[in-house]
Design a binder for this molecule. Structure first.
Ligand code: 9UX
Length: 83
């Protein structure tokens, strides 16, 4: 789990969005993707699970799903939003 420097779970109220990610093969991929997601505008925090290939991202209304997907795709993974 990675949080933006000035945000924490105690801030509360964030909506959570989930993604399916393929292309991760090691623990460093997890840290890398959590960092990419957390750096996005409007993203408070991100937790990526290697085994399930899932990401749970805590967002504010300023976050862009398309932007998150573009950033992770740029890094060489495939990511799609889950309903
Ligand atoms: Mo590990 Mo992931 O050596 O892109 S960082 S495979």
């Amino acid at each position: 789990m990675r949080w933006k420097r000035n945000r924490s779970p105690r801030d509360g109220g964030g909506r959570e969005v989930q993604f399916d990610i393929t292309g991760m093969t090691c623990g460093s991929c997890v840290a890398r993707i959590e960092g990419i997601l957390t750096d996005q505008t409007g993203v408070d925090g991100a937790k990526v699970d290697l085994a399930s290939g899932r990401a749970r991202v805590t967002v504010t209304p300023a976050a862009s799903t398309e932007g998150m997907v573009a950033a992770v795709t740029e890094a060489g993974y495939t990511m799609s939003p889950l309903p």
